[in-house]
Design a protein around this ligand. Structure first.
Ligand code: HEM
Ligand SMILES: *[C@@H]1O[C@H](CO)[C@@H](O)[C@H](O)[C@H]1NC(C)=O
Length: 327
């Protein structure tokens, strides 16, 4: 009889070890008792917002990425500028580019009605990224929850940690490695560009300035290049947008990778996954282009990994009442 509790205790410890290796104290069941409606509220707001504006799915997926790459997934990206603190919203990769904050506000307002002061803004971003993927036709995954919200933001880190669209493959690998993400995460997560758009300013350099000789990037398919030139003139039209996946811009699928093989990736950083000199990323692009299931599987896995970057748990941070401000 005396061995039973010991066996039980040992397996409990084992479970805890396994669990904590998989994630830093987050759990998909975190709100099961305190706010069982959380998942449904996020989904219902998104269903309407994405039906009205299909691009919203892309914008919300990107918001979670830009949050996680700057001091971890702590909703620091949502904080407005104050006299004492700069806002990440003013950083180069975010300014005139991030969207969807009003949808996050709507979700937060509904959650505050039903379960006040319970669901963090950081978890809303993680759930919204997952549901946006699902509503666009992509994979589903369980979202580990229990992140708390930061009391600080870092405009500086937003400028240095978030990759620029003209990054080399080596720089992309370095920036992802800094977040604990490997080459497979880089390629799988770049597949997020199967939905959404980019502004002319984000890819103009590829059209006109390659090597300073006014020639287009050699890795751009010719007809696609001509289409892009029409959408993005050498001067003016900075905010004209073009789809990141020109074949199916609101459908979450693997055409992004198929297009890369045909040299129809929009950003230099997209095409670099294939034309850079890193064998691993080249193989993964080819693998995902021919096997959508593999892409979906890896994307879901990497999204959980990205969502686990440096969360605030326990007594760290706070649950914001309003995602724009610290309490
Ligand atoms: C690998 C490095 C990455 C680079 C260099 C990059 C860069 C960019 C740029 C420049 C834009 C267009 C911004 C604009 O012109 O307004 C963009 C859009 C987007 N990015 Fe990325 N990105 C990267 C990785 C990711 C990741 C990991 C995700 C999510 C998993 C993601 C999701 C998106 C989405 C969905 C959009 C479209 C947003 C919209 O239409 O509102 N990106 N990205
Ligand atoms: C990326 O573009 C910026 C200017 O927008 C430039 O300063 C930088 O050198 C470029 N980087 C690469 C790798 O081309």
């Amino acid at each position: 009889m005396a061995t039973l509790p010991r066996v039980f205790f040992c397996s409990l410890v084992m479970m805890m070890v396994v669990f904590s290796a998989a994630n830093p104290g987050l759990s998909p069941f975190f709100y099961d008792a305190s706010c069982p409606q959380a998942n449904d509220i996020v989904m219902s707001v998104l269903e309407r917002a994405i039906a009205e504006d299909p691009r919203m799915a892309a914008s919300l997926l990107r918001l979670h990425f830009h949050d996680c790459f700057v001091q971890g997934c702590d909703a620091s990206i949502l904080l407005d500028k104050t006299s004492g603190m700069a806002s990440e919203k003013d950083a180069g990769p975010n300014k005139n580019s991030i969207r969807g904050i009003e949808v996050v506000d709507e979700i937060k307002a509904q959650l505050e009605q039903v379960c006040p002061h319970t669901v963090s803004c950081a978890d809303i971003l993680a759930l919204a990224a997952r549901d946006s993927t699902v509503l666009s036709g992509g994979p589903h995954w369980e979202v580990p929850l229990g992140r708390r919200d930061s009391k600080t933001a870092s405009l500086k880190k937003a400028n240095t940690n978030i990759p620029a669209p003209n990054s080399t493959i080596q720089h992309l690998i370095t920036l992802f490695a800094r977040q604990g993400l490997d080459e497979q995460d880089l390629v799988a997560l770049s597949g997020g560009h199967t939905i959404g758009v980019a502004r002319c300013v984000s890819f103009r350099q590829r059209l006109y300035n390659q090597n300073g000789d006014n020639q287009p990037d050699a890795t751009l398919e010719r007809a696609y290049y001509n289409d892009l030139k029409a959408a993005c003139p050498k001067t003016g039209g900075d905010n004209n947008v073009s789809p990141l996946d020109v074949a199916s811009p609101v459908r979450f699928d693997n055409t992004y990778f198929k297009l890369l093989l045909r040299r129809k990736g929009l950003l230099a950083s997209d095409e670099a996954l294939l034309t850079g000199d890193v064998q691993k990323t080249v193989e993964l692009v080819k693998g995902y282009a021919s096997d959508e299931e593999l892409f979906f599987h890896h994307f879901a896995k990497s999204m959980v990994k990205m969502g686990n970057i440096n969360p605030l748990v326990g007594l760290k941070g706070e649950i914001r009442h309003n995602c724009h401000h610290v309490n």
